[in-house]
Design a protein around this ligand. Sequence first.
Ligand code: ADP
Ligand code: MG
Length: 246
Amino acid sequence: MIQANDLSKSYDQHEVLKHISLTIPAHQVVAVIGPSGSGKSTFLRCLNGLETITGGSVSINNHLLKATDKKKTRLKTIHEIRQDTGMVFQQFNLYPHKTVIENVMEALIIVKKQSKSTAKTVAAQLLKRVGLQEKEDVYPSKLSGGQQQRVAIARALAMEPKIMLFDEPTSALDPELVGEVLKVMKELADEGMTMVIVTHEMRFAESAADRILFMADGQIVEDSEPKAFFAQPATERAQKFLAKVN
Ligand code: ADP
Ligand code: MG
C-alpha cells in the first residue's frame, strides 16, 4: 500500500530524510517514534505530497511519485494520492465558523460532489463512529480538544481514505483527553485501516501497532516488532530514547 524507495528530502543543503526505503502492506498499523527533529513529520508529509521529495520515489496505492517527475505529472499524482490518504495533525484545524457536522460535510460536498442531504447523512454516521453524534450542531470552540480531534478524524474519514496518517494526534491534548482519541484510532486499526502514526504514546504504540519504526537523523534506525522493540531495542540510540520518554 505504501512504498518508499531511496526516498530523500533536503531543504537547501540540509538532508532531512536520508535514503529511506520501506514497504507497508495494506492493513498494517505502523507507529513512528523518535526524537524531535529526526524527520518523522517530514516523512509523513512526503508520503502524501505535502512536501516534495528531492530523491527517490514514493508509491501510495500504486500511485508513483518520483523526485524526477515534472511538475505537471507530480501535481496529478499528488492529487490521486490525496484521494487515498487522510491526514490528522497535532492541531485539529477545524473551521471555527462551521458547526461540527458542517466541518465533516465540507469535503463530501466540495470534493465528493454529494448533495447536501446525502452529505449530512454520511457525516452523521461518521460522527457517530467517533462518538460525537450529540455534538453535530455545536461549534468547534465549544468542544474539548479530544472532541475536536475526533471531529478531525471523522472529517478525514469522510474521504474514504485507504490510508490514514497521524502526526502526533494527541500531543496537544490535556492528558485526560488522550484516551478517547487513542480509542477511536484503535478501533480504526482493528477495522483494518492502513495507518502510519507518529506518536509519543509508547503504550499505545506497543498495544496498537503491528510495527515500530524508530527514526533518528533522517533515517529509519530500527524497524521492529513492537514487543521486541519495547523489551529491548537493538540500538543504543533507541535505548536512550526509550529511557527518556518512559
Ligand atoms: P520531527 O517531526 O521528527 O520532529 P521534522 O520532520 O519536523 O522532525 O524535522 C526534521 C528536520 O527538518 C528538522 O531539523 C527541521 O528543522 C527540518 N525542517 C522541517 N521542516 C523544514 C522546513 N520547512 N524548512 C527547513 N527545515 C525544515
Ligand atoms: Mg514532528
